[in-house]
Design a protein around this ligand. Structure first.
Ligand SMILES: [Zn+2]
Ligand SMILES: [Zn+2]
Ligand SMILES: [Zn+2]
Ligand SMILES: [Zn+2]
Ligand SMILES: [Zn+2]
Ligand SMILES: [Zn+2]
Length: 183
């Protein structure tokens, strides 16, 4: 009797364990069945949008980039005068002086006295450049630089990559732009 009770208890516990295992298996199967029914879900990589939007890497999300023509200076050295703002006077070769045509540069009259025309200097002030030896550069009005035409002097231009929108987007590689994936 004692033995029989022991055996039946063993049998019972085995049965309970077996039942528990079976139910666990069934419930697992049931779960996997229900998830395979909802096949299409929002792509978790792009949140179902289909595209990835990031700060523009070219301008760090600023929407503008340094003008490559003037390196952000907003102005460029004048090509004509090389940045000096000056245009050497061609009439006097940049000296600002004209040889006195009365005494031919000697500073002396025919009789040996000081030339009245040039006060004995032998030269006169260049009429064309007022003795400075140069004129203001026509191209830059003497500034030595020109306002950058690419950026209108701002130094920055709209970013080429994002066209000023600060963000760029590309097709989501996980869902190929559909926004949905199959689970
Ligand atoms: Zn996606
Ligand atoms: Zn510029
Ligand atoms: Zn110039
Ligand atoms: Zn001159
Ligand atoms: Zn003279
Ligand atoms: Zn950009």
């Amino acid at each position: 009797m004692d033995n029989y009770y022991k055996n039946s208890f063993k049998l019972l516990s085995f049965f309970v364990l077996y039942t528990f295992l079976c139910m666990t298996l069934i419930s697992c199967k049931g779960n996997s069945l229900s998830s395979s029914n909802s096949k299409i879900v929002d792509c978790d990589y792009c949140n179902g949008v289909g595209e990835i939007i990031i700060d523009c890497p070219n301008c760090d999300g600023e929407g503008i980039e340094e003008c490559s023509w003037c390196y952000g200076e907003g102005k460029n050295l004048c090509y004509t005068c090389g940045g000096t703002g000056r245009d050497n006077c061609l009439m006097c070769g940049g000296t600002g002086r004209d040889e006195c045509n009365f005494c031919r540069g000697t500073g002396r009259d025919n009789d040996g006295s000081s030339c009245f025309q040039c006060d004995g200097m032998g030269y006169t002030r260049c009429f064309f450049c007022q003795g400075r030896g140069y004129d203001e550069c026509d191209s830059c009005n003497g500034r030595g630089y020109e306002i950058c035409s690419d950026c209108d002097g701002y130094g920055y231009v709209e970013c080429d990559v994002c066209e000023g929108k600060q963000k760029v987007s590309y097709e989501c590689p996980q869902c190929n732009g559909t926004g949905e994936i199959q689970k």
